[in-house]
Ligand binder design. Structure first.
Ligand SMILES: NC(=O)C1=CN([C@@H]2O[C@H](COP(=O)(O)OP(=O)(O)OC[C@H]3O[C@@H](n4cnc5c(N)ncnc54)[C@H](OP(=O)(O)O)[C@@H]3O)[C@@H](O)[C@H]2O)C=CC1
Ligand SMILES: CC(=O)N[C@@H](CCC(=O)OP(=O)(O)O)C(=O)O
Length: 336
């Protein structure tokens, strides 16, 4: 059995990770951490997330950063379910303690220091870790994930977008002079558990945000190798992302070529479900690790739709997929 600790365990993605790790056959849940001065320190995780009652009743503990080397010497795996800046600051200490690190934040996803200045508002201090980190898009990067100790788990909107678009781009079917246009709507849990006015019940109404400047636009473009326009929307539901994407295909692209691109890309990958004769919806994927994809073509225009649970395939279950790949466990262990 490998030992895993979750940092940021009281948050939305941290609690999902705790559920997965607790039912993983090859991993023991060895620690749940929050910040040093957290108001929740000492509380049972199941008092913060009632659905974990009888599943994960252990308390969340304050993380003492100065003691990481000592306290994590016998921990094999650390899952960082923390804000970008926190993951940025903590990852190195866990790597130095000999842990595999799976970071759910954006701190190591794009290998460009300027990207962090512009889109995250901080100067990245760890260029060598940025270079070493492997992008955790499980279906596409398995070979690299197997060989790294630092996985930057793909973002929620990027997972929905890349899963839908990569088969077409990799097969060379997309017209190079046209940007793919991604319109995606997320449930409010995408903003995390902390209270804020924009995510409060009476304020949320379906609307776009981050137009032309959301940090996921460059993340998607960088890992797709094709330019995109990305417009996120906030919806008045708890969890799930639905992305509707317009793509212009190269002249003469047939329906058979498009179908073959998707079938080939996801053969044997049963977390990606290709739907036929029905569209993805949030109801079909919420509380599951699946991502559903379906498309329709009209001449050179293609509309592809994907849906996932932002907290799961968009974060926690994808982290577990990466962990399974890295450690040679069954791909869907603890997930399905
Ligand atoms: N929510 C989503 O849909 C997705 C989130 N992500 C990413 O995953 C990460 C976690 O997101 P989410 O679960 O929504 O966040 P939450 O805000 O729900 O949870 C954050 C957690 O981090 C803890 N924390 C805060 N500061 C520290 C610290 N210095 N040391 C240790 N723990 C700390 C918080 O507890 P406390 O403050 O009490 O210490 C809490 O447990 C983020 O980087 C986010 O961008 C990625 C994809 C999707
Ligand atoms: C609804 C909402 O606010 N969503 C968040 C994205 C979710 C998230 O945490 O982003 P990462 O996947 O990069 O970690 C946002 O738009 O910033």
């Amino acid at each position: 059995m490998l030992k895993a600790a979750i940092v940021g365990a009281s948050g939305y993605t941290g609690a999902e990770l705790a559920g997965y790790v607790s039912r993983h056959s090859n991993i023991e849940l060895a620690g749940l951490y929050v910040s040093e001065r957290s108001v929740d320190a000492g509380k049972a995780l199941s008092t913060l997330h009632g659905k974990l009652r009888g599943v994960v009743d252990a308390p969340v503990q304050p993380l003492i950063v100065a003691d990481i080397a000592k306290n994590f010497a016998d921990i094999d795996i650390v899952l960082l379910a923390t804000a970008h800046e926190v993951s940025h600051d903590l990852a190195e200490a866990f790597l130095n303690a000999g842990c595999q690190v799976f970071d759910l934040s954006g701190a190591f996803r794009v290998q460009s220091a300027e990207f962090y200045e512009k889109f995250y508002g901080f100067t990245h201090q760890f260029p060598e870790l940025l270079e070493k980190a492997v992008y955790g898009l499980a279906e596409w990067n398995a070979e690299k994930i197997k060989q790294t100790d630092l996985v930057a788990v793909a973002g929620c909107y990027p997972t929905a977008s890349l899963t839908a678009l990569k088969p077409l781009v990799e097969a060379g079917l997309v017209e190079s002079s046209n940007k793919a246009v991604i319109n995606a709507t997320s449930g409010v849990s995408g903003a995390g558990r902390k209270a804020s006015l924009t995510s409060s019940f009476c304020e949320v109404s379906l609307a776009p945000y981050g137009v032309f400047n959301h940090r996921h636009q460059p993340e998607i473009a960088a890992h797709l190798g094709h330019p995109v326009i990305f417009t996120p929307h906030l919806g008045n539901f708890k969890r799930g992302i639905l992305a509707t994407i317009n793509v212009v295909l190269k002249a003469g692209t047939t329906e058979e070529q498009v179908n073959a691109a998707y079938q080939q890309a996801y053969a044997g990958q049963n977390i990606v479900r290709i739907l036929e004769g029905e569209w993805p919806s949030i109801a079909k994927v919420e509380n599951t690790p699946f991502i559903d994809v379906a498309w329709q073509q009209q001449g050179e225009d293609l509309i592809v739709v994907s849906a996932e649970d932002n907290l799961l395939k968009g974060a926690a279950s994808q982290a577990i997929q990466c962990l399974n790949i890295r450690n040679g466990f069954a791909l869907t262990e603890s997930l399905v």
